[in-house]
Design a protein around this ligand. Sequence first.
Ligand code: NDP
Length: 278
Amino acid sequence: MNAKSIPLAGVIGAPIVHSKSPALHRHWLQRYGINGHYVPIELTQDNFADGLKSLPRLGFRGVNITMPFKKAALDLADTVTDRAALIGAANTLTFRKDGRIHADNTDGFGFIANLHQYAPDWRANSGPVLVLGAGGAAGAVLSALLNEGAPQIYLANRTKTSAEMMREKFGARIKVIDLTKVPAMIGDVSLLVNATSLGMAGKSELQLDLKALNKNTLVTDLVYNPLRTSLLDRAAALGCHTVDGLGMLLHQAAPGFENWFRKKPTVDEELRQVVLNA
Ligand code: NDP
């Protein structure tokens, strides 16, 4: 790779047309006056491996990976961060000068950075956490919360066996609870996280009795479309501080941008507006 060449990066997924990542990275490129490009790339299951491996030779410094290739990307990488290996999925690949592929998962980083930005007084070790959901995003959230020092994480999911598998993977600080038990213990947690896809545009609402919710509990939703989910609105009406999921999306993008374009980007209100309008 020629160090003086125009730096290229992109996002691979299928479909990719709705991805917000191009608007986000292009805004940063423009803001920092970097003569680089960030492109959406749609591949198929059949050509993912060949397509990905050809990118370093074309001048790409790395790519984001989105659905449905996060696991395949991890499997193809030559080196992998501990957090990506633990989560079992990669969302950020960096191509080394010798063409080797380095894989990371920055979703958990984005989740924590979003809370630090919009709830600066929150500390992971201030009490038990309740996480709803046990899909891919929940894995990243659990890994990050444990790393930040959360003392205990209650985990509830529609399919209980998936939550139990998370407990196997992440260890004894995870306690799997039945969804029906959530309303009775919701008053005891310092952070409530919706990591299910319920509440997303086109999906059903998250039906959860919040009567016992303590107003000191921080409530956050991974869903960012809509930005204000009914969970956030109902929690805010009870006096809770709430943080929407958009900041997680913005912050997870920062490590890749810094790797590829050699500039640490800032997540701010201007960026939020660009992505919301994209
Ligand atoms: P997955 O498909 O891997 O997991 C979906 C989760 O939602 C599972 O726990 C699933 O439960 C649960 N779920 C889905 N439908 C229902 C239902 N009808 N009733 C009860 N539970 C249900 O998705 P991800 O983990 O990748 O994503 C989850 C959410 O997080 C999505 O809305 C996604 O957009 C958002 N997200 C946001 C990010 C951000 O940057 N803000 C980053 C990544 C994701 P079960 O196991 O029983 O199927």
